[in-house]
Every structure is written in structure tokens, then in C-alpha cells.
Design a protein around this ligand. Structure first.
Ligand SMILES: [Zn+2]
Length: 145
């Protein structure tokens, strides 16, 4: 009697494992809109188009490539500050190209900061360079904003 009870409990436990697994996995993870890379956390760049659609990207280069391919200017580009994780409008962000890869899948090396001091410190530490003028990503969104 006891043995059968244990066997029944064990059977139920084994059968419910796949259900537990799928519950833990949840929804499929978000992916980069340019290359399909799975985003481990929130996207590093969010592009909002005129139509109101929002696209998330794994790195700055992917978002630029996406906009180039579309030939359309973005309504708004938000980038994530590496220091705080807070979103910043791209026009006001500081971009540093350094030796540190931001996204292994693409090899992108452009880093985003909300504060100029953080950007300069990263540039000094990792032999990078603050991007200015035409070098700045998303330069086409500058202007009458
Ligand atoms: Zn990407």
C-alpha cells in the first residue's frame, strides 16, 4: 500500500515537470528587430517610428542599420544609459566607441551614457573616444527637435 502511494506521488511529480518548465520559461524572449538576437534584458536602443510602432535593438549599430534600410527618420530614438539603465533621448546622450564589445553577437563597440563625465571616464578607462559631430549615432534625428 505504502509503496504504491509513493509510486503514485512520484509519477505525478515526473508528469508535472514539463508543465513547471514551461511555466518558468514564460513568453518567448524579446529579440532585436534588426538581427533577431535574443535580448537578455531591455533593449539597448528603442526606435519609435511615425506610425507609432516601437522597435527594440540589441545595440546601437543594429538600430542605425535598421533606420538606414528603411530610409525613414525615426520619430524618437531612446538609448539606455550604461551607468544607470535609464532611457535617454539619443540627441542628448553621449556615445563612446571603445575596445569593449557591448553585444557579442554583433561585435558592436558603441557605448551610451547620459552624463558626459561617465562617457569620458569610460573612454579613458577602455581607450575609447567620445563620438562628436557626424560620428554620433542617429545624427539624422538631430535638428529641429
Ligand atoms: Zn541586433
Amino acid at each position: 500500500m505504502t509503496t504504491r502511494w509513493v509510486a503514485a506521488v512520484a509519477l505525478v511529480a515526473v508528469c508535472s515537470l514539463p508543465l513547471v518548465g514551461s511555466a518558468l520559461r514564460g513568453d518567448p524572449p524579446p529579440r532585436c528587430a534588426a538581427d533577431g538576437v535574443v535580448l537578455a534584458s531591455d533593449p539597448r536602443v528603442r526606435v519609435e517610428l511615425d506610425a507609432g510602432a516601437t522597435h527594440g535593438f540589441c545595440c546601437v549599430s543594429c538600430a542605425e542599420r535598421f533606420l538606414d534600410a528603411r530610409g525613414a527618420a525615426a520619430e524618437r530614438v531612446l538609448v539606455i544609459d550604461e551607468e544607470t539603465g535609464a532611457p535617454v533621448v539619443a540627441d542628448r546622450a553621449f556615445f563612446v566607441r571603445s575596445r569593449v564589445v557591448t553585444e557579442p553577437a554583433t561585435g558592436d563597440r558603441i557605448h551610451v551614457f547620459a552624463s558626459q563625465r561617465d562617457a569620458e571616464r569610460h573612454a579613458e578607462t577602455y581607450r575609447g573616444r567620445l563620438l562628436t559631430g557626424d560620428e554620433r549615432p542617429f545624427a539624422q534625428t538631430d535638428g529641429d527637435g
